[in-house]
Design a protein around this ligand. Structure first.
Ligand code: F0G
Length: 458
């Protein structure tokens, strides 16, 4: 008999989690103004809000924590981290920051000006926020196929070369750089192919532009290239990562994802002028150059995390679990962004809650229903997260309205996946009775989803 698949690790430490009653959850949800970010984590049974900073560190990482050098300047932990980043990315210059958005803030302070246009593939909301808050434009050039959740193509996160070419032909004078997000979180954790990165490089070269990789989930992207793209099956994840970065000029990194640390980030680049420019903003915003926004111990843990998570076994275990959850949803007929991406399932709420009008935010409604059903916390990646158009102040209903169920790295077991799927099935089975959603009673101007207050209309 063929042996079944099993995790590439065993468990050394556990953390108890608590169930609750539906009655308790009704009360907590109301107190949280129907915003899942406002819940306390002990009111959550299985937390699928994000895969960011929620991973479990390995024994090697915890051991590395003890080796942290907390010197203000010249910390040896910085040099360990820098050497690891140099090896994995090929980028010589490294600036540590406290998380991904801080890397964006520091680098964009140097590069993005009022009137700049930054083309890319579904910029993440903090990326878009850091562009728009500088009175610049984040121009989405993702392939149209990414919007059809039922279409199965291997690299649904790709940049559309035609859209990118057009953007550069029209606006090249105002384009400071192109940003490619690997994997494409907003489109469903969907990968970008090496071929696509090559095409982006060629267009960038034609117009003399540089390319930044938003690399939060670069290792998962490399896994998909290895398993889906012709010519890469025999290459290691580290070889593939190096090739991906060889096609770019620099990167912003949220280390809370594929670095498997709870906090951290960095900028890396091959260009001295970018490093010199960004340095000026790192010191006042983040801290001195050999710690940026990080502790010595966290830099040590990150160096180990980057090394471990660019090994095939670790990534295979992770993606396998996400695929396991997707398989259960297939069994129950629940529609999600296909094929499943690297870090999460993105349930197509528009196709589930067909009776809830878009003005009443179907994906947010589904997130609330799932929490009330079983204490499973997901996250709306939809019309609330899309914010209002900065010029017209209208809601942006043009994109997808998804419920994201993230899988934390090395945290839950497949039994937890079964609970998530069963809870979702229960909501799905009564989808036609759900006809009303929620209404916004208070919102912030930018990144409103974190603090929005809602009223339930059902
Ligand atoms: N880029 C991408 C693609 C991201 O997914 C995130 C964060 C960031 C940048 C910003 O990094 O959080 O370290 O400041 N994504 C988290 C998420 C928050 O839940 O998807 P950060």
């Amino acid at each position: 008999m063929e042996l079944p698949f099993a995790e590439s690790w065993r468990i050394k430490m556990v953390e108890p989690i608590k169930k609750s009653t539906r009655e308790e959850r009704e009360k907590w949800m109301k107190e949280a103004d129907y915003n899942l970010f406002q819940l306390r984590s002990d009111q959550v049974y299985i937390d699928c809000l994000t895969d960011s900073g929620t991973g479990a560190m390995s024994d090697r990482q915890w051991a590395a924590v003890m080796m942290g050098d907390e010197s203000y300047a010249g910390s040896s932990s910085f040099f360990h981290l820098k050497e690891t980043i140099n090896k994995i990315t090929g980028f010589e210059y490294v600036i540590p920051t406290h998380q991904g958005r801080a890397a964006e803030n520091v680098l964009f302070s140097h590069l993005v000006k009022a009137g700049s246009i930054v083309p890319g593939n579904s910029h993440f909301d903090t990326t878009k926020g850091h562009i728009e808050s500088r009175k610049a434009t984040a121009l989405d050039c993702t392939i149209d196929e990414a919007k059809d959740t039922q279409l199965e193509i291997p690299f649904k996160g790709n940049v559309d070369p035609k859209k990118l070419e057009k953007a550069l032909a029209e606006h090249h004078e105002n384009v400071p750089f192109i940003i490619v997000t690997i994997t494409n979180n907003t489109a469903g954790g969907q990968p970008v192919s090496m071929q696509n990165l090559r095409e982006v490089r060629a267009i960038a070269d034609k117009y003399g532009k540089r390319v930044v990789l938003d690399s939060a989930r670069f290792a998962e992207n490399a896994y998909f290239i290895k398993t889906r793209e012709e010519g890469y099956a025999d290459k290691t994840i580290k070889e593939i990562a190096l090739e991906m970065f060889s096609l770019a000029d620099g990167m912003t990194m949220s280390a809370k994802k594929d670095g498997i640390v709870n906090m951290g980030g960095f900028i890396a680049t091959r260009h001295e002028d970018w490093y010199e420019g960004a340095k000026r903003f790192c010191i006042p915003f983040e801290g001195y150059l050999t710690y940026g926004g990080m502790n010595g111990r966290d830099m040590e843990a990150l160096a180990v995390g980057l090394d471990e998570n660019t090994e095939f076994d670790n990534l295979e275990t992770r993606i396998h679990q996400v695929e396991f959850l997707a398989g259960l949803l297939d069994e129950y007929g629940i529609p999600y962004q296909r094929p499943v991406g690297g870090h999460a399932i993105f349930v197509d709420a528009d196709k589930v809650l067909t009776k809830v009008p878009k003005e009443e935010f179907p994906a947010q409604t589904l997130a609330i229903e799932l929490y009330l059903e079983a204490g499973v916390r997901g996250c709306e990646i939809g019309y609330i997260l899309a914010d209002r158009d900065p010029v017209t102040r209208e809601n942006r209903f043009g994109g997808l309205d998804l419920l994201r169920l993230c899988v934390a790295r090395r945290v839950y077991t497949d039994n937890h996946m079964r609970v998530i799927a069963a809870a979702l099935k229960n909501v799905f089975d009564r989808r036609n009775e759900i006809t009303r959603g929620v209404e916004i009673v208070w919102e912030a101007e930018l990144m409103r989803h974190f603090t929005v207050k809602l009223k339930k209309l059902f």
